[in-house]
Design a protein. Structure first.
Lengths: 266, 328
């Protein structure tokens, strides 16, 4: 025991050069925080050296043996996350986004990380019935909230109708944006029932429930989910099928001369 | 992202007491968390205020309504009272971001949105707003998205909010809690500031002050209103230029005009000259054009933002025309 203590002391930073000093200062690491950090870095470097000796299978299996809590965290938050009707206690760094908590701590990798900056919608999940971006949500703020991810939409081994419709109408190509698209579309069904308006709604003053959304409305309301493959027509088609039972493929046409003139004059 | 301590406040008192320099109150987080990831915002402490009870939308004593600071943008834009009496506000809010972001973003947070100037976001670039004294990269650089009114030598960034442009047009009062426990009222036009010598300050809020409510006066523009937003794609983009226009008409004459512009200044730009010009005049193309020209002749664009003068003039005319011709 004594020896270990000695060894620990040995790796304490004694002589940092000017650059190292600046970097650690900029990271806001001082005093005991700095010592804690350097210990972790040392441990991390050792594990990188050691990683060559382990096969990938060892790592794959180790996921199932993940401890609830990481060893040392800087600003530790303990909370219970309710995801897809299961409650899981977690101990996380205060910086952890809900997206990272889902993917890295709960191994629910259905929710995708696209831009991680709220610009693409791939990370869309449903929190207390409303669609949210999990990349801009800190996990710490989600205590006592009901979170639904793509993994939680199927019930009793049967896909959600929106999932089936996306499959049927090819609402994707590469599939990366799809979990976000589907969660977004499922929440939109409720928003339409609720009578929520959008920027393209003609008459804001007319309050009405159970809206039947036009293609223009669907496009505007789904604009928070970007699809780089451009499967938009199929996505609209899938949504329409679940929303109104009309699965007609959207068609495009060029604006007529009259429509162009009217738009210019508007 | 840099480390920070996290506290969740269950009361206003707790939030105010927990505040210390370099803390941030956390509401929706749609702007703050993003800027922390970009290393632009570097708070030591976040105080979660999502559990505070400022989430009501209720009638107030002045015949108007009061929007709780913690009510979400989507709830606010879809609230019956807002849609029927302040549809201009509703329309502007619905033009912003996406349903996901509007479900998260709070009304108080919307007032505190920071600029989308690319030099502000890029920590390898000079920016007086992000790091005072480093200079302004945009003045001599890429300035197509920047101010044409009210800027200073230090900063030419623009305010990004749509909601705030509508609030500038219809008028509002912001209620804030001071750290000592008392509250104060700030007229909307005094809430945001021009960059001057201190571009790092977007608003006149003092450290630790907490926004609790937005008070709206009696509705004046519930019949003739329009929010025109011009952007590079038709949804999910910030405005190049936007115009909030409200008209009050009596016997074919304009009795009052509420006009404000977004994407042109460090704060929502109230079109005071155009409003004054239109009051008492007949709503027609010639008067709309005269009002727009009167306002835009003061514009001083940069190399890449010259287009904003012509675009702005046309946008004012078009927003006024749409507001006037509106049937519902």
């Amino acid at each position: 025991m004594k020896e270990i203590k000695k060894w620990k002391e040995k790796v304490e930073p004694i002589n940092l050069n000017e650059d190292e000093e600046t970097i650690l200062n900029q990271m806001g690491l001082k005093g005991s925080t700095r010592r804690k950090f350097l210990k972790q870095v040392t441990a991390a470097s050792l594990s990188i050296c050691a990683s060559n000796y382990f096969s990938s299978e060892v790592f794959a299996n180790s996921i199932h043996k993940l401890p609830d809590n990481a060893g040392v965290l800087m600003n530790e938050i303990k909370l219970k996350l309710r995801v897809n009707d299961l409650v899981k206690p977690l101990t996380i760094d205060s910086r952890t986004s809900l997206l990272d908590a889902l993917r890295e701590h709960l191994i629910l990798t259905g929710t995708k990380k696209g831009c991680d900056h709220g610009q693409c919608g791939a990370c869309t999940v449903i929190i207390d019935g409303k669609r949210h971006l999990s990349c801009l949500t800190l996990a710490a703020t989600c205590e006592n909230k009901a979170i639904t991810t793509i993994e939680g939409l199927a019930k009793d081994g049967k896909m959600h109708p929106m999932q089936e419709a996306f499959l049927k109408h090819d609402g994707f190509q590469c599939g990366y944006c799809t979990p976000g698209q589907i969660c977004s579309a499922v929440a939109l069904l409720e928003e339409a029932k609720n009578g929520d308006a959008s920027f393209v709604t003609d008459n804001l003053k007319q309050m009405q429930r159970n809206l039947k959304l036009s293609e223009e409305e669907i496009r505007e309301r789904m604009s928070g989910n970007i699809c780089r493959c451009g499967a938009y027509n199929n996505i609209v088609q899938a949504f329409k099928q679940v929303h109104s039972g009309n699965a007609e493929m959207p068609t495009w046409q060029f604006a007529t001369k009259e429509q162009m003139e009217k738009a210019k004059g508007a | 992202m840099r480390p920070f301590t996290y506290t969740s406040a269950n009361s206003k008192e707790q939030a105010l007491l927990t505040y210390r320099p370099n803390s941030h109150y956390l509401a929706g987080g749609t702007n703050l968390v993003d800027l922390m990831k970009e290393d632009v915002e570097r708070p030591d402490q976040l105080i979660n205020i999502n559990n505070l009870s400022y989430n009501q939308i209720i009638a107030n004593d002045n015949g108007g309504i009061t929007l709780g600071a913690m009510a979400r943008n989507s709830e606010t834009a879809n609230h019956q009272e807002v849609r029927t009496k302040y549809p201009l506000l509703s329309m502007a809010m619905l033009s912003a971001a996406t349903d996901q972001i509007r479900n998260m973003a709070s009304n108080g947070g919307n007032l505190l949105q920071r600029t989308r100037c690319p030099y502000f976001f890029d920590t390898s670039m000079p920016c007086n707003k992000r790091q005072p004294g480093t200079g302004c990269g945009a003045k001599e650089g890429m300035n197509a998205l920047h101010a044409i009114f009210g800027y200073s030598d230090k900063c030419i960034a623009v305010h990004p909010s749509d909601m705030c442009v509508a609030l500038a047009a219809i008028g509002a009062t912001i209620e804030v809690q001071k750290p000592g426990g008392s509250s104060r009222m700030i007229a909307f036009s005094d809430f945001h500031r021009l960059p001057g010598e201190q571009p790092e300050k977007d608003t006149n809020l003092l450290p630790g002050e907490l926004i609790t409510a937005i008070h709206l006066a009696k509705p004046e523009f519930s019949d003739h209103y329009y929010y025109l937003k011009i952007r590079e794609r038709s949804s999910y983009a910030f405005a190049l230029i936007s115009v909030a226009a409200g008209l009050q008409l009596n016997n074919g004459v304009i009795t009052k005009a509420g006009l404000a512009m977004g994407g042109v200044a460090h704060k929502p730009w109230k079109l005071i000259k155009a409003e004054a010009y239109l009051s008492g005049r007949i709503p027609n193309q010639a008067n709309f054009e005269a009002a727009a020209t009167l306002e835009m002749k003061d514009a001083k664009p940069f190399k890449e933002s010259k287009y904003k003068v012509e675009m702005g003039t046309r946008a004012i005319v078009r927003a006024l025309t749409q507001a006037y011709e509106r049937k519902a």
